[in-house]
Design a protein around this ligand. Structure first.
Ligand code: ADP
Ligand code: MG
Length: 300
């Protein structure tokens, strides 16, 4: 049986047991990296599309400031973004965009640090609205690179974080850097690694082993190997066409790797570890900015 069939089988079994949708809300996965341009947006978008094709309801939230590129990759121009929802100017259903690929996207925003100042009523309204999304199966949050607040607030709030790296030494060093920061901010991080743009499985395993061993040895952090993606010319060709490569050719080298990763993610799904839905997620998210403001005031 090939990987795609195995995946479909696992998902059908889960659906018949009624375990894919839990009252705990969607599985929330933040995708990040130390170095920029390593493939985060391609990974989030194509993983999301693969899952949607297997019958899951998937949302991709674009949290990369300035480089709002999930929509660019899909050739879509959203009018409003998450910030408008947090400010109470728009409802979540007004900012969510359906795509022909079967996933939904929410555009990124700036100015989240001001959210520490939201009053009780604004927060309550936001939570009531965002809970409407709790029937979704998976939310991927595509962040920027590095250790800015905009990245860390999403990383800290999510149940799981996927770090993407390439085999380049600079990318590996930066991946270690962000894992170190995550480890210092949050004790129970569930960190997973994807090695992108590899020439061989052997190369991927060497890179993954190195990151996993160093994180374990020096930080006492367990990083899980989620898999790898081959260097494949279909990726940049698809980006230029503004069509995700999984859609262009689901059997391409890169697409088959996405399916492998999808399978491993399904196998690693542990619903009871989840927080309390999107309301719980955003409560941790807002808390990040509240604590930051609190600490700044203390040092003044
Ligand atoms: N597996 C791959 N094979 C070939 N090129 C890739 C691969 N992954 C990424 N790229 C190239 O890297 C570029 C940046 O990818 P992107 O997903 O936008 O990275 P990030 O979101 O981390 O900045 C892509 O436009 C593509 O040209
Ligand atoms: Mg990106």
């Amino acid at each position: 049986m090939d990987q795609a069939e195995t995946l479909l089988k696992i998902m059908k079994e889960k659906q018949s047991k009624g375990t894919t949708k839990s009252h705990a809300g969607p599985r929330i996965i933040t995708i990040s990296s130390g170095k920029g341009g390593v493939g985060k947006t391609n990974v989030s978008t194509n993983l999301a599309i693969n899952m949607a094709k297997l019958g899951k309801e998937v949302v991709v939230m674009d949290a990369d400031l300035g480089l709002a590129n999930v929509n660019v990759m899909l050739g879509i121009i959203p009018k409003y973004n998450l910030y408008n929802v947090l400010k109470g100017q728009k409802t979540i259903s007004e900012v969510i965009t359906d795509t022909p690929e079967g996933i939904k996207i929410i555009a990124g925003a700036s100015g989240f640090s001001q959210l520490a100042d939201l009053n009780h009523e604004q927060k309550a309204n936001f939570v009531r609205d965002i809970e409407k999304l709790d029937s979704v199966d998976v939310v991927f949050i595509d962040t920027g690179a590095g250790i800015s607040d905009n990245v860390l607030s999403f990383v800290v709030a999510a149940d799981e974080v996927i770090i993407v790296t390439t085999p380049e030494p600079t990318a590996i060093t930066d991946a270690y850097g962000i894992i170190k920061t995550i480890a210092s901010k949050k004790i129970e991080s569930n960190i997973k690694l994807i090695v992108n743009r590899v020439q061989s499985e052997n190369e991927a395993n060497k890179v993954a082993e190195r990151v996993i061993n160093i994180a374990n040895q020096f930080l006492g952090v367990k990083v899980e190997n989620l898999g790898f993606i081959y260097e494949d010319s279909i990726v940049s060709k698809s980006v230029i066409k503004q069509r995700p490569f999984f859609e262009v050719d689901p059997k391409s080298k890169a697409s088959l790797c996405i399916t492998d990763i999808c399978l491993r993610l399904e196998q690693l799904d542990v619903p009871h570890q989840r927080k309390k839905g999107l309301a719980g997620f955003f409560s941790s998210f807002l808390n990040y900015y509240k604590e930051k403001k609190h600490n700044e005031l203390e040092y003044e």
